[in-house]
Design a protein around this ligand. Structure first.
Ligand SMILES: [Zn+2]
Ligand SMILES: [Zn+2]
Ligand SMILES: [Zn+2]
Length: 308
């Protein structure tokens, strides 16, 4: 099946479940519209190049290779295309982060809250709802990441350019690249914690990935193996102390450190907290500044590592 179809089916399925989980409030990559935009551009370019505007649909595919526009930047679609993608990516990352944050909060409730949940005997159902939400968020983020990658590739194919590829680094610089999000690591850790505490394996939860983690390795790695997508690997070694991260924190750039190492890198005391570091302080790995104030405490990852 073509990806466009798969994505359409996914969006359709999302709509049907909306009463349960309501992901409709979350943005998706408007794959269809972006594709149409590229198609219009293709026509414009052809008209511009050889005046041959009226090309029939079936001929089109054969002509793509000969009539692609060869500009470094495209006057027809650049502004709309990239600004649209930027907005969608930012909405997706925003929605994803807040949903996972909420999920982790629910999962990590302890003491009185947990007791109350037991009291009202809704705990089991709650657990099921949590794992369903986790599954749905993983699918959400994977489908949209693939859609984004495909549409940027298509852009480059139509324009014979590298602008689509280059745009990825722009997304990365804006912290809008989903594979870079600490919340994806938290979500993976959540799924692993959840399945272990319920004696399930990820497969039984029908989660479309497998992760493996061996902290006995000299360099432990959290690995996400996705079908039809590049595998994602996250090193769990702290770049400051060179041990497995302890009380892990992720800076906005996505790099992971122990809490104490992040504090010393940010020149703050542990009780002041990672987030209180000055915006001038830089990440020890990528040297980016302003990455401390929104640092994320990795509660699920912490739990996962403590269990090993
Ligand atoms: Zn164009
Ligand atoms: Zn460390
Ligand atoms: Zn960094």
């Amino acid at each position: 099946m073509k990806f466009g179809e798969t994505f359409k089916e996914y969006l359709h399925g999302e709509k049907e479940h909306s009463s349960l989980f309501d992901l409709n409030k979350c943005s998706h990559v408007d794959y269809k519209r972006l594709k149409k935009l590229l198609k219009i551009c293709r026509h414009h370019c052809r008209e511009f190049n050889n005046g041959d505007f009226q090309v029939e649909e079936e001929e089109e595919d054969r002509q793509i290779n000969t009539s692609i526009c060869r500009y470094q930047s495209c006057q027809w679609c650049d502004r709309m295309f990239f600004s649209e993608i930027m907005k969608e990516a930012s909405d997706i990352v925003g929605c994803f982060s807040s949903r996972v944050r909420h999920l982790v909060q629910l999962h990590c409730t302890t003491g009185m809250q947990r007791f109350l949940l037991h009291l009202f005997q809704c705990f089991k159902n709650d657990q099921q709802a949590l794992v369903m939400e986790g599954r749905m968020l993983i699918e959400y983020v994977i489908m949209n990441a693939v859609a984004l990658r495909k549409i940027l590739k298509k852009y480059d194919k139509v324009h014979n350019s590298a602008s689509g590829m280059n745009f990825k680094s722009k997304l990365q610089a804006e912290h809008l690249e989903i594979s870079q999000s600490p919340w994806l690591i938290e979500l993976m850790a959540f799924c692993m914690n959840f399945s272990e505490s319920n004696h399930l394996i990820c497969y039984e939860l029908c989660i479309p990935f497998s992760c493996d983690l061996n902290v006995l390795d000299p360099e432990p790695v959290l690995r996400l193996v996705l079908p039809n997508y590049a595998n994602l690997e996250y090193s769990l070694t702290c770049a400051v102390c060179l041990h497995t991260v302890f009380h892990p924190y992720a800076l906005s750039c996505g790099h992971l450190f122990c809490k104490s190492c992040a504090c010393s890198a940010g020149s703050v005391l542990i009780f002041e907290g990672v987030n209180s570091a000055s915006p001038k302080m830089k990440c020890p790995v990528c040297r980016e500044d302003g990455v401390f104030s929104n640092a994320v405490r990795m509660a699920e990852l912490d739990l996962l590592l403590k269990r090993r």
